[in-house]
Design a protein around this ligand. Structure first.
Ligand code: ADP
Length: 587
């Protein structure tokens, strides 16, 4: 995983590669903004932290980065890139447009047992994986589970996670996390096992999903702690016997009597209507350093040929082994992460415009850094004989772990020495030579030696042409959408879970009602059209809560709606406050 130090222009680096949009969330340490990777058009979430503000919490951020670098799972939010300057840290994350699971629950009041099961299985999957990697999350709550574009959950916020040196069985001492979700042994200051504490939090979370409120709740911390340590809560009448039993088995005060995550994987409640245990293994490729090297090697080989591939491999082995552990495609994707030496080498070899591949989406997306027609022509001249390299690149991505790498060769340090060396890539591993049917497309090698044979030239030209067409298509796709123009009237939106429907049809009337109520609830606000940016303040002039209320028009049914978005502050306090505002506004 690249952590790039660009002193002092990290923010410039960020702007070079990303368009930065509005704030979509903020937490104890960070402001999170929506961003767009300029080259690919991919939306990202950028977590921005000021080192000065972090103070003693800087180690927490380091912990989070380190953990996210090591975790790669379909239900764990992906960390793409980290840019660090002397004053700030930017974490570029997979964007989850569905918002927090918390908002989803409160919008629906509570979830049905069937829908809860879908989400809960994903939570169990994420936690089983996280535990298998030696981590305890220690801050599980619905605010830390985001919903992605496919309505799947992604776990975030690893700032409080722990990876005991002796393994997860070792006891921890630090009391952390949100009190309402904290296990009894944790708030009592006892030594505890991280994975057991996570199961308790999962129990609280499961209760919140099924009920829409917390099992243990009180404004007074002492009272709350007493309730948690007693472990007594009421089961509402709508819970099925199966749900009651599972909750009871998870929220056992004695951690040794609590279910383990392993037991959760095939618990009868979890299995219901699925008939298969939770699949917790990562479906994402494992980006071990070795795998990274293989991908880098294959990539460079494919695009720049043997010599540079070996050189690159050498660099990875000896100098840059650390630099792209999470996802090699993103290392290329975010070119800032290519170490200078490699950039220089690429340039020295007259490839200063290079293609970047994304392996993650299975298809090869062609990205370009300002290619010109002249370069296209030059590269056409420079294309290699495809057949010779076929065996090395016609490799399925999923097979990559099986391959043995060739031992590092003496680096080619200058352009003069950079001669194409045939067969030099032959590996001792048989698997490398296996060309699967799917692998055929990958056998399009573009080496730098040049094409002698015109037939080959034509074939390669065809390949290249299709790549260029792909590139054109890509660029069209990348063209940033025009920023939403400010509208005079309220926005027209579809019904979403974070929109409260009113029975009214006049947006101005609704807006005025809310405007008159906010001051009575001690909510400070600024107005921008039909959007109210609201804040509440604590005793020491600190913002305790920030959220947006937007009056909008719904199409079906044709009524006025209020879109809510929490930006900062305790989720349950926010829920009560917004409910209070909207009910008092009598809309
Ligand atoms: P902190 O570590 O300061 O508590 P978080 O990581 O919890 O910050 O992020 C704060 C909020 O920002 C989240 O609760 C969520 O609403 C939003 N957020 C964080 N990451 C993403 C993401 N990847 N996609 C969308 N929203 C996000």
């Amino acid at each position: 995983m690249p952590v790039e130090r660009t002193e002092p222009r990290g923010a410039d680096e960020l702007h070079k590669y990303y368009e930065i949009y509005e704030t979509i969330g903020s937490g104890g340490f960070a402001k999170v903004k929506l961003g767009r990777h300029i080259l690919t058009g991919e939306m990202v979430a950028i977590k921005i932290m000021n080192k000065k503000d972090l103070g003693d919490d800087l180690p927490r951020v380091k912990v989070e980065i380190e953990a996210m670098k090591n975790l790669s799972h379909q239900h764990v939010c992906r960390l793409y890139q980290v840019i660090e300057t002397s004053t700030q840290i930017f974490m570029v994350l997979e964007y989850c447009p569905g918002g927090e699971l918390f908002d989803y629950i409160i919008a629906k009041d509570r979830l049905s047992e069937e829908e809860t099961r879908v989400f809960f299985r994903q939570i169990v999957s994420a936690i089983a994986y996280v535990h298998s990697q030696g981590y305890a999350h220690r801050d599980l709550k619905p605010e830390n589970l985001l919903i992605d574009a496919d309505h799947n959950l992604k776990l975030i916020d690893f700032g409080l996670c722990a990876r005991p040196k002796g393994g997860l069985g070792y006891e921890l001492m630090t009391c952390c996390g949100s009190p309402a979700y904290a296990a009894p042994e944790l708030i009592q200051g006892k030594a505890y096992i991280g994975s057991e504490a996570d199961v308790w939090s999962m129990g609280v979370l499961l209760f919140a999903l099924l009920c829409g409120y917390l099992p243990f709740d009180d404004d007074n911390c002492v009272v709350l702690y007493r309730k948690i340590t007693r472990g007594k809560y009421d089961n509402p009448h709508w819970l099925s016997p199966g749900s009651i039993l599972l909750l009871n088995q998870m929220m056992q005060v004695d951690p040794k009597r609590r279910l383990s995550v392993r037991q959760l994987l095939d618990h009868p409640w979890v299995l219901k209507e699925y008939n298969s245990p939770v699949e917790w293994h990562s479906r994402r490729p494992v980006f071990s350093p070795k795998h990274t090297q293989i991908c880098c090697y294959r990539y460079i080989h494919k695009h720049f040929g043997n010599i540079l591939a070996i050189y690159f491999l050498f660099m990875l082995y000896h100098e840059f082994n650390y630099f792209c552990r999470i996802c090699p495609s993103y290392c290329f994707h975010h070119t800032t992460t290519l170490p200078e030496t490699i950039k220089n080498t690429v340039q020295a070899l007259n490839c200063e415009k290079y293609y970047l591949c994304s392996y993650t989406k299975k298809k090869v997306k062609m990205l370009s850094l300002g290619r010109t027609a002249a370069h296209h022509r030059q590269e056409r001249r420079d294309r290699d004989k495809t057949r010779e390299n076929k065996e090395n690149i016609a490799v399925q991505e999923k097979d990559a772990e099986k391959f043995l790498l060739p031992p590092p060769h003496t680096p080619v340090s200058s352009k003069k020495n950079a001669r194409p060396a045939k067969n030099v890539l032959t590996t001792p591993n048989q698997n490398v030579n296996a060309v699967s049917p799917k692998g055929k497309n990958r056998s399009r090698s573009l080496d730098m030696a040049g094409l002698e044979d015109s037939g080959k030239k034509k074939r390669a030209g065809k390949v290249f042409g299709s790549l260029e067409r792909g590139l054109d298509k890509m660029i069209t796709m990348l063209t940033p959408s025009k920023r939403r123009a400010l509208r005079d009237g309220p926005r027209k939106i579809k019904v979403q879970y974070n929109v409260t429907l009113t029975s009214q049809t006049n947006p101005d009337q609704v807006l005025n009602q809310i405007l008159s109520i906010l001051p009575t609830k001690n909510v400070d606000f600024t107005q921008k059209g039909y959007t109210l940016k609201c804040r509440t303040w604590g005793d020491f002039g600190k913002v305790t809560m920030a959220f947006e209320l937007e009056v909008c028009l719904l199409q079906r049914p044709e009524v006025v709606g209020i879109r809510r978005q929490r930006l900062k502050g305790d989720a349950w306090v926010y829920k009560h406050l917004v409910e209070d505002i909207l009910s008092t506004s009598s809309i």
